[in-house]
Structures are given as C-alpha cells and as structure tokens.
Design a protein around this ligand. Structure first.
Ligand SMILES: Cc1ncc(CN)c(N)n1
Length: 230
C-alpha cells in the first residue's frame, strides 16, 4: 500500500483494497468481456443504454445535490461542471448511439426503470438527501471509477465494432479520467475531515454502489424485466 509522508494511505486506496473481489468480479462480467471483444448481443447493449438513460437522469440530480452540500467554492464548481457533463458528454453519447441500436430515447424516458436501476438510483438519492458530503462522494465514486477502469482496460484492444468502440473510447478519454481524478482527490480530502462513524458510512456506501455497478451490467446481460406485469 502506498502511503503519504505521514504514513497514511489515501482513503481511496483503502476503499479499493477492501473491495478488491468486487472489482475483479466486474472485470469478469460477461457483459464487460463481450463489449470488449465486440460479441455482445446488440439487444443486451440496447437494454443497457435504455437503463443508463434513466439512471443518468437521477445521477445528474445527485451531482446537483453535491453542489448544494459543497463545503468550498471549488467543490461547488466541480459538481456543477460534472452535472453539466452528464448532459454534454454521456447523454449526447446515448443520443448518438440510440438510432444505431434501435432505441428511441424519448420513449425510453416514458418507461418504468428496471429493478436494479430503481434500487441503485434510490440508494444514491437517499445518501445524497440524508448523508454528508463525504457520504455522497463515496456513493458516487464507483460511478466514475468503475467506468474509467473498464474503459481503460477495454481500450487496450479495441473491438472491431463501431458502437462498442465509441462507447469504450468515451470512458477511456482523458476528459473522463480527469473528472475521476477530481472525485478521488475529493474523497481523500473529505475522509481526512471525517470522524470514524462517517468514514465507516463512506466505506459502506462505496461498497454498495460498487455492487450495484456489477448488478447494473448483470441486469442488462439478462435483460431483466419486472416479474408479473399488471
Ligand atoms: C450505471 C452507470 N454507472 C456509471 C456511469 C458512468 N457515469 C454510467 N453511465 N452508468
């Protein structure tokens, strides 16, 4: 473990080391592997993008709440910029991919989100509205960090599939990685200000979000629907 001059590891490193098996399970997911080699059935990817449209609508609200809770002007500016980037970068990516994979984004927005999408966004919104800024940052960190890690890995050998290639490159981009670094630096700063109870909650929300990231891709691979329609 790398430590600073005072002998303490940065908090994000602690988070990563405690959650190693979940990270490994994410890298091994069939969804991730098949995007990487370009063999994922388009139906599964279209399901994923549809759920991600619904997810990002709520994620942007969580980031806006981060701006409200921000303890410094620089942190407020960062959250506002990140919330705007959801629209400028990720929603634009979805709108660009949608017609190529047979999706109508506006029709998707009228759908009920699937079970894991509801569970994950409810978790983020609850932490954002009942927790501290440190708890919120720990909860959103996997949303950044996992996609950066997956993008970086898959970009080492890009698939021969235009849609998957474009999706991977979005998350391997230097711009996306800069926003991840900003969140990592913020979680480290806030952890130094937090007491033991808050740090424990930060661990808990980080791990929960990380597991939901695994579940979100697994849900798409299984194209999970609500059981028993009315
Ligand atoms: C579910 C999920 N998690 C994270 C990301 C990356 N912001 C995303 N687009 N979707």
């Amino acid at each position: 473990m790398v430590t600073d001059a005072g002998g303490t590891a940065p908090f994000h490193q602690e988070l990563e080391e405690h959650s190693r098996p979940v990270w490994d399970a994410i890298f091994e997911l069939p969804f991730v592997r098949e995007v990487g080699d370009g063999t994922l059935a388009l139906e599964r990817f279209a399901y994923f993008i549809a759920q991600d449209v619904l997810y990002l609508d709520q994620f942007a609200r969580v980031l806006a709440r981060g701006a409200t809770l921000a303890d410094t002007p620089a942190t407020r500016e960062m959250f506002l910029r990140h919330a705007a980037n959801v629209g400028r970068v990720e929603e634009r990516l979805h709108e660009d991919l949608a017609p190529r994979i047979g999706l109508d984004v506006e029709a998707v927005r009228r759908q009920e989100p699937a079970p894991v999408t509801v569970a994950y966004t409810d978790h983020l919104l609850r932490v954002a509205h009942t927790g501290t800024l440190g708890e919120l940052v720990a909860a959103v960190l996997p949303c950044y960090w996992v996609y950066a890690r997956v993008g970086e890995r898959l970009a080492r050998r890009l698939p021969d599939h235009d849609v998957y290639r474009q999706w991977i490159l979005a998350y391997a981009s230097p711009e996306f990685h800069r926003s991840v670094d900003e969140q990592l630096a913020l979680v480290d700063r806030l952890a130094t200000l937090a007491g033991a109870d808050e740090r424990r909650l930060m661990h808990q929300w980080f791990l929960r979000s990380l597991r939901y990231e695994w579940m979100f891709w697994d849900q798409a691979y299984r194209t999970l629907r609500w059981p028993v329609a009315p």
